[in-house]
Design a binder for this molecule. Structure first.
Ligand code: SF4
Ligand code: MG
Length: 334
């Protein structure tokens, strides 16, 4: 194959963002097929870095990635190509991810050809193109195939970007803030489409967002990231209704309306201090300078994960069941 747009996009992206790459540390997560996992955090928490590591746009300095039990191999060989076919990224800005001089037909044909899925002959290609557009509900397909990106709405462009990712027949979709640049009125439609694709195509979706309310609506599992670490995880309903970690509690308390489905406005900062630099993170619990419940040990000892009930866990000393007071771990300090 002469061209490899994903890889080219990838290189551009790494080059453009090299200076803002943040370290992540001790991050462990499992994506299951047929489920959406939300990774929630403020900008600068390292959540996009996790997506870029999973897409193999950045090399891991330690640790490993497995896909269906098999270790992912870096490099440029056959198994790397198989990996990048199975693990597709969807970016925040659909306008930037589509080439403005090319039509929808061009983008999708190219994706199908690269992944050997164009079929034999014109008729089969047309059918496959129509299938992709039908899957993302751009119908009738003939109305969209010969359009240029600027002739589409933001939501339609993101649907084309999703269709292009589906052209690879992926198992995993990494969606980095896929709706945050879209008009509020169409965000729900795109999230519902992704949820529908998760079911029908049995995809594992990583949904990266700063909007915890949308995670509750859209994700099966929610992980909360702070300063390069995942600090809480569990079933989305539990994590959002009974947040255990003080940072998650802060995120929920500062959401304009925790019961809304998608944000009315983007609000990335929580208003009670800035996230720390990942280059020199605070010692101990990285949240301690902002934590209203910080204790002495929080300043020096990084908290491990403590298991709560129903699969929920939090990396916070409040849940240390073996602490001096001898109380049981509490799931709902509020
Ligand atoms: Fe707050 Fe301490 Fe828990 Fe960190 S470990 S979130 S500082 S109580
Ligand atoms: Mg980001």
């Amino acid at each position: 194959t002469k061209h490899f747009p994903l890889r080219r996009t990838a290189r551009d992206l790494v080059a453009r963002r090299r200076r803002s790459v943040h370290a992540v540390d001790d991050v462990s997560l499992r994506l299951r097929r047929g489920t959406v996992t939300a990774l929630v955090g403020e900008s600068g928490s390292g959540k996009s870095t996790v997506a870029r590591l999973l897409a193999q746009l950045h090399p891991l300095t330690s640790g490993e990635i497995r896909l269906g039990g098999e270790p992912a191999v870096a490099g440029r060989g056959r198994s790397f190509r198989r990996y990048v076919r199975r693990v597709q990224l969807i970016f925040q800005d659909p306008f930037a991810s589509l080439n403005p001089v090319h039509t929808v037909r061009y983008h999708l044909t190219r994706a199908l050809k690269i992944h050997g899925r164009a079929g034999s002959g014109e008729t089969e290609l047309e059918q496959n193109l129509a299938d992709l557009l039908n899957r993302v509900q751009l119908t009738p397909p003939q109305q969209f195939l010969d359009k240029f990106p600027h002739e589409l709405s933001g939501g339609q462009r993101q649907r084309v970007a999703i269709a292009r990712a589906l052209g690879a027949d992926p198992q995993v979709l990494l969606a980095d803030e896929p709706v945050s640049m879209l008009d509020v009125s169409i965000r729900l439609g795109v999230l519902n489409l992704l949820r529908d694709l998760k079911e029908r195509l049995h995809l594992a979706i990583l949904y990266i967002t700063h909007d915890i309310a949308s995670a509750r609506y859209f994700a099966d599992t929610t992980l909360v990231m702070y300063a390069g670490r995942i600090v809480e995880g569990g079933d989305s309903e539990r994590v959002t209704q009974h947040p255990a970690h003080p940072y998650t509690q802060l995120l929920i308390a500062s959401a304009p309306d925790p019961d809304r489905v998608v944000a009315e406005e983007d609000q990335e900062e929580t208003g009670t201090g800035e996230p720390p630099s990942l280059i020199t993170p605070p010692a101990g619990c990285r949240f301690h300078p902002r934590c209203p419940k910080a204790m002495e040990r929080c300043r020096t000892e990084p908290p491990p994960r403590f298991d709560l009930s129903d699969g929920q866990w939090a990396a916070c000393w409040l849940y240390d069941g073996a602490a001096a007071n001898g109380t049981e771990p509490v799931a709902d300090p509020a």
